[in-house]
Design a protein around this ligand. Structure first.
Ligand code: NAD
Length: 412
């Protein structure tokens, strides 16, 4: 079954075989170091006391403290959180930043909770996890349906419990509480740095390449905007209600205005309405999934027309689809590389918090670019040399780094 965790295991086993890892070494990467599952209880506005499942999965910390977001979602179960924690360990190693991997969640429907109830959930999560997280231990961040404001509540609750200031406990904070400039656009910007390098390697003219983007949220919208400003032609975008296609190009700022005013990109005039399935197979040079996992699957891959897929969302392509795409000659830039700009600027936030000294946005991006470019080049060269896909190359290089750290610690 294509669960996110099974997809991780498939990629891990491939890497382990090529790296000749021992059974003990591979086994250490099949399961998390620690799984924390707790019940948290919150008084709702109605006066009712409600229990929620709260999680933190600490996958691997051989390369540094656990790092990864907290998701508030009805489907945030332990299996999903485990997969996301594993991918964080691989992602941090892919871009070579000194963190391990972790992930957290609360199984709840944030759309049914008031702002006050969400604050209580955040504070209860912090109380439940206070002894397991920390600036040198495990550093959470936002993920689906959690925001800088939620990070502020978690930080505040944690600092009250510990009786000290510790801004580096958590990243993705509001700027006024020690958040980093540039964090909002970092994921999209990092992905664009990688795409530009890839286009150079492929010897393509960046000029009028056409782009389709599934998901017009934080990551998808900023990617559309940055690419539009660089001269790419954005021909299709979508949100949860559907998508639009216009071969002559769309202006992301105008489309966002319509989405904000009328609720969806599909209300834009003068474009053809398409479904979220059709956007994956529309006429374009570059396809950017920036919404959900498991979108590009065995059943729809044959119809994909793009020559490049830039995975901004986590886990959008199944392993079976990956195989077909490679046979078709489609270059897939894997999530662990393409969207790693976000965690890299989270790392910068943690560094700035520890120094108590803050960088300008220009400084942040000047530091982000070489990290993304180097990660891409290492992966590209390795993939060319071994005649393997970029995802396999990224996994192998990352797993090699994690295992090296585990060996140095005498853990395997
Ligand atoms: P977001 O919530 O801001 O945006 C998600 C977008 O997807 C919205 O436009 C929403 O309408 C759309 N969407 C929801 N359901 C959809 C569906 N069925 N079909 C098509 N679109 C749908 O989220 P985000 O922060 O932009 O994250 C998007 C993806 O990128 C996620 O997979 C996330 O894990 C990944 N990612 C984000 C970051 C980051 O820094 N934001 C970092 C790394 C990875």
């Amino acid at each position: 079954m294509n669960t996110p965790f099974n997809n991780y295991l498939t990629n891990l086993e491939k890497a382990a075989k090529i790296l000749n890892l021992s059974e003990k070494e591979t086994a250490a990467l099949r399961e998390p170091n620690k799984v924390i599952e707790k019940k948290i209880s919150v008084a709702l506005d109605s006066g009712e006391q409600k229990e929620f499942n709260a999680y933190r999965v600490q996958f691997n910390n051989a390369r540094g403290p656990y790092k990864g977001g907290i998701r508030f979602h009805p489907a945030a179960d332990i299996s999903e959180v485990k997969a996301l924690a594993a991918l964080m360990a691989v992602k941090c190693a892919t871009v070579n930043i000194p963190f391990g991997g972790g992930k957290g969640g609360v199984q709840c429907n944030p759309k049914e909770l008031s702002a006050g109830e969400l604050e209580k959930v955040a504070r209860a999560w912090a109380r439940a996890m206070a002894d397991d997280i920390g600036v040198d231990k495990d550093i959470p961040a936002p993920d689906v349906y959690t925001t800088p404001e939620i990070m502020a509540y978690i930080l505040d609750e944690y600092e009250k419990i510990k009786g000290r200031s510790e801004p580096g406990l958590i990243t993705g904070k509001p700027i006024d509480l020690g958040g980093s400039l540039g964090r909002g656009t970092a994921t999209a910007q990092g992905a664009v740095y990688v795409l530009e390098e890839l286009i150079k390697m492929l010897g393509k003219e960046q000029g009028q390449l056409t782009v389709a983007i599934q998901g017009f949220g934080n990551a998808g919208y900023f990617a559309a905007n940055i690419l539009h400003n660089l001269g790419y032609k954005i021909v299709a975008v979508s949100d949860s209600k559907g998508g639009i296609y216009n071969a002559t190009g769309l202006n992301p700022v105008e489309i966002m205005k319509i989405k904000e005013e009328q609720g969806s990109v599909t209300n834009a005039a003068g474009a053809q309405i398409i479904t979220n399935e059709e956007i994956l197979t529309c006429d374009c040079d570059i396809l950017i999934p920036a919404a959900l996992d498991n979108q590009i699957r065995e059943d729809n891959t044959a119809a994909v027309k793009a020559g490049i897929i830039l995975e901004i969302s986590n886990g959008p392509t199944t392993p079976a689809a990956d195989k077909i795409l490679r046979e078709k000659g489609v270059v897939v830039v894997p999530d662990v590389l393409a969207n790693a700009g976000g965690v890299t600027v989270s790392y910068f936030e943690w560094v700035q918090n520890r120094m108590g000294y803050y960088w300008t946005e220009e400084e942040v991006f000047a530091k982000l670019k070489p990290i993304m470019v180097k990660a891409f080049q290492d992966i590209w060269r390795f993939a060319e040399e071994k005649k393997i896909a970029l995802r396999d190359a990224a996994f192998i290089l990352a797993v090699e780094r994690i295992v090296k750290a585990m060996r140095l610690r005498g853990r395997v």
